[in-house]
Design a protein around this ligand. Structure first.
Ligand code: PHB
Length: 371
């Protein structure tokens, strides 16, 4: 019987030494303190419970009010939010863990009710994401899933401002005690929209050719690197992902191009969200090896992995680490359960988004269950 020796081999990520290759994937939980979208002690407890992960990547955290697409997600652009995130980072470190904050701008995946002055959300071009919903609180106070709005096209000066907002958010995350930041370039949000052949219809230096479509993502990476250092920066991409109305056309080439550009910048890691997390086909082994060839530092994949498939993917030299989402959500001690081949708690989708302790901090560890 295999002992998952690859999953439990130590790994250096940037300047961090991590004890295993079992990462906690970023997951929106919509439980930030209100008003102000401020992380709380409850959020700190949730992450600290999961500190045995090789690396925790937090839920996505908007870098500005404009970058928000769902009610109750945490921000990283006010002093109160920074102080709230400090509670989270400190609690994880006290529990012996390591944590990256994911930096998020949703772009066109938003709604005027979430925006300052009820303005339209922004995107590379005025192209609406079809069959895509966001989450708002209606004027009468009821929460609702609603179709996203038609976005307004960003002007070049505004794009420069957004790059600065990413840099400022990275500074806040670093000051709050996070070990790394992860730039969210995946899953149909702003940076992915610029890469996308359908969402991006621009004719300026941010649209058209592949270097132009990748320009914003790489400018953001360079600005964040300049502030906190390349060894503290990870990036997430979703090659061939169709979540939030991304098109598969051109996506593979764009991902390979960005992976090789990031490789030149020697960032800490690249994190790949495979299409199967949202119901698509998983990447083929050949595709994963293609990414491996383009990026030489730490490469992590995330999809519907179990421990056995994660172990063989690392053993085959394709990945350095594997991130687990729903399994980590429901099993705070996931590495220990893998190690012991113990049964896993089942995630409850009805408590994924919003609410409080229930379905958040009350999934039992093995220790709690046997007590
Ligand atoms: C979501 O809130 O549904 C969400 C957020 C970030 C992702 C994917 C989905 O990358």
């Amino acid at each position: 019987m295999s002992s998952f020796s690859h999953l439990f081999a130590p790994l250096n990520v940037g300047t961090l030494s991590t004890p295993n290759r079992i990462w906690m994937a970023p997951m929106t939980r919509s439980r930030a303190g209100q008003p102000g979208d401020v992380p709380t002690e409850l959020n700190a407890r949730y992450y600290a419970q999961r500190a045995s992960a090789g690396l925790i990547v937090t839920e996505a955290s908007q870098i500005s009010r404009q970058g928000q697409g769902y009610a109750w997600t945490p921000g990283i652009y006010t002093d109160a939010q920074e102080a709230g995130w400090r509670l989270v980072a400190e609690a994880v470190h006290r529990a012996g863990g390591r944590i990256a904050l994911q930096l998020w701008h949703v772009g066109r995946v938003s709604h005027h009710l979430l925006q300052e002055g009820h303005q339209a959300p922004v995107g590379p071009s005025p192209v609406r994401a079809e069959q895509t919903e966001c989450f708002v609180v209606l004027p009468d106070g009821t929460p609702a899933r609603v179709p996203v709005d038609l976005p307004r096209e960003l002007q070049p000066a505004e794009i420069r401002g957004i790059v600065q907002e990413y840099a400022a958010a990275a500074v806040r995350a670093h000051r709050a005690g996070f070990d790394l930041v992860e730039i969210h370039g995946a899953n149909g949000y702003l940076l992915n929209q610029f890469l996308d052949l359908r969402a991006n219809q621009r004719r300026d230096e941010y649209g058209g050719s592949l270097p132009n479509r990748a320009r914003l993502l790489l400018e953001v990476a360079d600005a964040v690197i300049a502030e906190i250092g390349r060894e503290r920066v990870g990036v997430r991409l979703s090659p061939k992902g169709v979540f939030s109305d991304m098109t598969v056309e051109g996506s593979w080439e764009a991902s390979l191009y960005v992976a090789s550009e990031l490789d030149r910048r020697k960032i800490a890691y690249l994190h790949i969200a495979e299409p199967d997390w949202a119901g698509g086909p998983p990447l083929t082994e050949e595709e994963k090896r293609g990414l491996r060839g383009a990026f030489s530092s730490v490469l992590a994949f995330c999809g519907n992995y179990d421990a056995a498939r994660a172990e063989t993917t690392i053993a085959a030299g394709i990945a350095d680490a594997i991130a687990f989402g729903r399994l980590f959500l429901a099993n705070p001690d996931l590495p220990e359960r893998f190690r012991r081949r113990a049964p896993l708690n089942t995630p409850d989708p009805s408590t994924f988004y919003g609410g409080a302790e229930k379905g958040y901090t009350d999934y039992p560890s093995l220790e709690a269950a046997s007590a």
